[in-house]
Design a protein around this ligand. Structure first.
Ligand code: PLP
Length: 403
């Protein structure tokens, strides 16, 4: 953290020259993205797959850069199907999520989705009808909301507690029975996506071991000629926004490799992370519009705000801030502790508190790193009718693309 790649700095300079107004933009470093993902893929044990959950960031240049590297994509809406289909490199994709529309399912069937992840008993019946109409036998995963040991449950739990996701283990025998009885569905595997923000490698190792242990029992529920082969263990690998320290993915992969080697009937394991893939390549760049002190607290009022980068408020954290002075300061004044805010008329528009920065002036730029996942796309960009920020995708090998 703290050092910005030359391509990113060049893109910021370029944007600054072109813009009459003070700057607010996103820059994505596609070289950093492909380097990181190549490392992530290289660490996978033999036979383990990784699908990128595109809801973390589904902009076209991101998918284009990722498609040649990952095993496939995970999507959760008709709009996301369109994005995957528009990608020049076609990859297998899987469709999960609650409340799927018939029109989305029809689109998935027509666009040769690899597998559909079924989230309820009703959805099993509905997909059978639609697959029959489409004249296609559709491979499916059943998403399970398992009983988790208390030591493994988490803050942002999607399983092990009451949620709209997946099917309880008590209903699993019925779900398997239905899928196997239906003419146009075939059971390819089971899916569990239990949490988000996992920052502990050790706990994630335990979670994977727990799934692998349950796998034998889940698989035994199937009695058909072709037993399920795949276990999708979801995403949820965390990003430590405060220290920038990365999750030890190699260690997790080594552990998984050992666990699979020791298993009597190992499944084909599939990961589907989003945040851990795209977070690190993104930067949100904002310009200081005003500095002021209110009731003893120092504020940097910046272009943009939480309507463009909602992540820090969504996670209730103080995002790290890198200061880019815009003119030489022979003697920067003493450091102050700042609260960095945007342009919105609400006291909730805070990107970071307690930022210790030296010699900040109006016109300087602030860069918020780790903004590549759940940044712009989860934000309420139309609030107050401010213009949307430019998104720029840079790489040493190609000219930047701006959206
Ligand atoms: C959101 C989501 C993911 C990705 O989660 P991350 O925390 O970004 O890794 C994976 N699978 C499913 C089903 C999801 O809904």
């Amino acid at each position: 953290m703290g050092k910005l790649p030359a391509t990113v700095l060049a893109a910021i300079d370029d944007a600054r020259r072109r813009s009459d107004d003070p700057l607010a933009l996103f820059v994505y470093d596609l070289d950093a993205l492909t380097r990181h993902v190549s490392d992530v893929m290289a660490a996978l044990p033999a036979g383990v797959e990784l699908y990128y959950a595109i809801k973390a960031n589904s902009e076209a240049p991101m998918l284009e850069a990722l498609a040649p590297l990952v095993s496939g994509f995970e999507i959760s809406s008709g709009g996301e199907i369109d994005r995957v289909v528009a990608c020049p490199t076609r990859k297998p994709y899987v469709f999960s999520g609650p409340g799927k529309l018939d029109s989305d399912l029809r689109s998935a069937l027509a666009n040769r989705v690899e597998a559909i992840h079924l989230e309820s008993l009703n959805e099993i019946d509905r997909l059978q009808r639609l697959a029959q109409q489409a004249g296609r036998v559709q491979p499916v995963f059943i998403r399970i909301n398992p009983q988790l040991p208390p030591s493994l449950s988490s803050k942002l739990a999607m399983a092990g507690t009451a949620t709209p996701f997946g099917i309880d283990e008590s209903e699993l025998p019925e779900a398997v029975r239905r899928v196997e009885a239906f003419s146009h569905l075939s059971l390819k595997g089971f899916h569990v996506h239990a949490m988000s923000h996992q920052n502990s490698v050790e706990r994630h190792e335990q979670l994977l071991d727990f799934y692998l242990q349950r796998w034998t029992e889940w698989k035994a529920l199937a009695t058909g000629a072709e037993p399920p082969t795949h276990l999708n263990v979801g995403g949820g690998i965390g990003v430590d926004y405060l220290t920038g320290q990365r999750f030890d993915w190699s260690r997790l992969c080594r552990h998984l490799g050992q666990s699979l080697a020791a298993h009597e009937q190992p499944p084909v394991v599939r990961f589907e992370p989003g945040r851990f893939i795209s977070a690190f390549c993104g930067y949100y760049v904002i310009e200081v519009l005003d500095t002021k002190t209110s009731h003893g607290e120092h504020f940097l009022v910046c272009r943009g705000g939480t309507h463009q980068f909602r992540l820090p408020v969504a996670q209730s954290h103080d995002h790290p801030v890198i200061h880019l002075p815009q003119r030489p300061r022979p003697r920067p004044d003493t450091a102050k502790t700042w609260t960095v805010v945007g342009q919105l008329c609400t006291p909730k528009d805070v990107l970071s508190r307690g930022c210790r920065l030296e010699g900040v002036e109006v016109g300087d730029l602030l860069v918020l790193p780790m903004a590549g996942a759940y940044g712009y796309n989860i934000s309420h960009a139309d609030f107050l009718c401010h213009p949307r920020p430019v998104q720029t995708f840079v790489s040493e090998h190609m000219r930047g693309v701006s959206l």
